[in-house]
Design a binder for this molecule. Structure first.
Ligand code: HEM
Ligand code: HEM
Ligand SMILES: [Fe+2]
Length: 444
């Protein structure tokens, strides 16, 4: 690292890893529920576990993005963070709000809106916290010597993500209206502004790891930002097919969302092209694997598996089934989980001065988690297709169908164990790196 204040990033990464661990625990609770092992049912019923699982996911990713910004922005702007103490306060506040929300869910203190379960009073605390974070990032860019495209795209993604949280806080007593604006948060995050955050982090990593000229890398970044906006904004329509809004969305949503994979394809081609063009001299091969991996797996999970159910003719059958869970897992994993794991793998040796990137454990962590997640995706997919046929073609009862497809969750659990073993190895490496120290200054 070059700037002392980059050390803040470590603590965001550590929080992120802790929340990831908890997310996986709740994933297992649900997996076991699905095969009838429901010992925890009285304390953690399925719906609670589901909300906790998905909210922890969003929280660890946000914590990872914030850590990434605290690491990247000082280096790109060539300026220390403007206020380090405030960054630590912001971290602690973020963790406290998160814990309060998660504990609250266990006592039915929540809103029943998928992904946006956090109750309104806590929402406001999230807003204050994120504003503090953004203030620190934007002020550092403003004070810095350089304003690079990479840092601006990253900051723009973070700023828009914060703004788009607000439509989800408007109160409606109409289900259609509520659903309409809920998607402004959920869809426009993952298929819009988070892609900018991902693009910014990816560009930073490629500049550092491949050694290709910044000008070349940042030109690609413009293309990706363009493709994201052209397809992603009106692509929101793929959630408006049958929610009670106008029929026009069938066409608009169908066409524009079918273009969305292009942005992910762009990212995959971009990363592979830069790797091939680069000098291949950077010693941190594990960070390179995660960087190329995120670009490729996001294309498969978000692009291809998103495409699989985005046309209205298909979505009419697959909506809200395990086909959605299939896509949700590989898309979140490929695009956002892997980019966070990539920046952590890159940053840890620089923050701590310990070069542990030669280990087989790191390589094993990469492959086990990826193959495990692919297996889980296939298990969800097979269960999902069976569910669609039995429930929506044959017309069997929901509960009867869920019992019919139970066996696929045994496979899911086996693959999830492989996945979790990979993550444990990753965490072991993370812990072995230890905490950051000033002796690591000037390392890159
Ligand atoms: C990294 C990017 C993406 C992530 C993380 C992601 C994740 C998700 C998640 C979690 C859901 C369930 C949301 C809910 O029901 O509240 C969902 C739904 C959906 N996604 Fe994606 N997605 C991504 C990109 C895409 C793309 C590019 C497409 C289209 C090409 C797509 C098509 C869909 C469709 C059609 C649904 C609705 C499924 C339903 O009706 O149940 N997604 N996505
Ligand atoms: C041990 C690992 C995991 C297991 C066993 C697991 C299991 C599950 C289960 C059973 C569900 C509920 C599906 C249903 O409605 O029946 C679920 C939902 C979900 N999980 Fe996981 N999960 C794991 C890890 C992950 C990871 C690492 C991610 C993200 C990278 C993730 C993202 C999601 C998402 C986005 C949903 C909501 C899907 C939807 O909207 O339909 N999970 N998970
Ligand atoms: Fe969407």
């Amino acid at each position: 690292m070059r700037y002392k204040s980059q050390k803040v990033a470590y603590w965001f990464f550590a929080l992120s890893m802790l929340l990831l661990t908890l997310q996986i625990v709740y994933g297992f609770v649900m997996g076991f529920d699905r095969i009838g092992w429901q010992g925890l049912h009285d304390y953690i019923p399925f719906n609670t576990a589901r909300a906790v699982h998905t909210n922890l996911l969003v929280m660890w990713l946000l914590s990872g993005f914030m850590g990434a910004a605290y690491y990247i922005i000082p280096e790109e702007s060539e300026h220390e963070l403007v206020n380090v103490k405030l960054a630590y306060i912001q971290l602690i506040a973020f963790a406290l709000v998160g814990v309060a929300a998660i504990v609250g869910y266990h006592f039915n203190y929540w809103e029943g809106r998928k992904f946006l379960e956090i109750p309104r009073p806590l929402d406001w605390l999230v807003v204050v916290d994120v504003l503090t974070f953004l203030g620190l990032i934007l002020a550092t860019i403003y004070a810095g010597k350089k304003k690079t495209t990479t840092s601006l795209v990253l900051a723009m993604g973070l700023l828009f993500a914060a703004l788009l949280y607000l439509p989800g806080m408007i109160w409606f007593d109409n289900q259609t209206m509520d659903s309409f604006f809920r998607w402004w948060v959920v869809h426009l995050w993952v298929e819009g502004v988070w892609e900018l955050i991902m693009g910014g982090i990816l560009a930073f990593l490629l500049i550092k790891i491949t050694g290709v000229d910044r000008e070349v890398i940042e030109k690609w970044l413009y293309v990706i930002v363009g493709l994201t906006f052209i397809s992603g904004i009106l692509g929101t329509g793929h959630h408006y097919y049958y929610i009670g809004v106008g029929k026009i969305w069938l066409i608009v949503g169908g066409i524009f969302s079918a273009l969305e994979p292009l942005a992910f394809l762009g990212m995959a081609l971009f990363a592979v092209a830069m790797y091939r063009k680069g000098e291949k001299k950077h010693p941190n091969k594990i960070a390179l694997s995660w960087t190329l991996g995120t670009a490729i797996v996001s294309f498969v999970g978000a692009g291809l598996l998103g495409m699989a159910h985005t046309l209205p003719q298909v979505n009419m059958y697959t909506h809200g089934t395990l086909v959605t869970a299939m896509h949700g897992h590989l898309a979140f994993w490929g695009a956002y989980a892997m980019i966070v794991l990539a920046i952590i793998s890159y940053a840890m040796p620089n923050l701590t001065g310990r070069k542990l990137y030669d280990s087989n454990r790191g390589v094993l962590a990469f492959w086990l988690s990826n193959i495990g997640m692919l297996g889980m995706t296939v298990a969800f997919g097979v269960a999902g297709v069976a569910q669609v046929y039995l429930e929506r073609k044959v017309g069997l009862e929901f509960g009867v169908v869920q019992q019919e497809i139970e066996v696929h969750f045994v496979i899911l659990l086996i693959c999830a164990t492989m996945f979790a073993t990979g993550i444990c190895l990753y965490l072991y490496e993370f812990i072995k790196y230890g905490t950051p120290n000033d002796e690591a200054l000037q390392l890159n």
